[in-house]
Design a protein around this ligand. Structure first.
Ligand SMILES: [Zn+2]
Length: 148
């Protein structure tokens, strides 16, 4: 039996072509569970493999998924609020995550569509009656990183 490989957020960021002042580490990424309000690092979350190479980060108290790492799909239609794309992966954080890199704080605001099932993906984002192609956007409707 081949065990599924679970991709961690630290690995996604490490291979995204960024040049951080310190290594990305799940122990230095902080969030809080919306259900039990417990602050926790991503290293404290319970990980489990999901469908199609997803990695689910669950609250350490078992309440709910806080974040899902998914392989990016270039063929998929844009989905505003799905998450942040870094390289070949999308970080779907249902809650805000603060990434600490030495003295720098990098804030990933919560993605409103992070936990919705793939079947809820917008099927036709192009308004009818507009023959022109829409301006090209990044897949999954990802946002830029906001600095705090
Ligand atoms: Zn919780």
């Amino acid at each position: 039996m081949v065990l599924p490989t679970m991709i961690r957020v630290q690995a996604v960021l490490a291979y995204a072509g960024l040049e951080p002042p310190a290594p990305f580490d799940d122990e230095w990424m902080f969030t809080a569970c919306p259900a039990c309000a417990t602050p926790q690092s991503l290293a404290e979350c319970t990980l489990r493999p999901g469908e199609a190479g997803d990695t689910h980060y669950r609250c350490k108290n078992g309440c709910q998924d806080l974040l899902i790492v998914s392989p990016a799909d270039d063929a998929a239609k844009p989905w505003p609020g799905r998450g942040y794309r870094f390289g070949a992966y999308v970080v779907r954080n249902a809650v805000q995550v603060v990434v600490v890199l030495g003295s720098i704080r990098l804030s990933l605001l919560a993605s409103t569509a992070a936990l919705l099932p793939e079947t809820d993906r917008p099927s036709c984002p192009r308004p009818s009656g507009l023959p022109r192609r829409r301006r090209r956007r990044s897949p999954n409707g990802n946002r830029r990183i906001a600095h705090n």
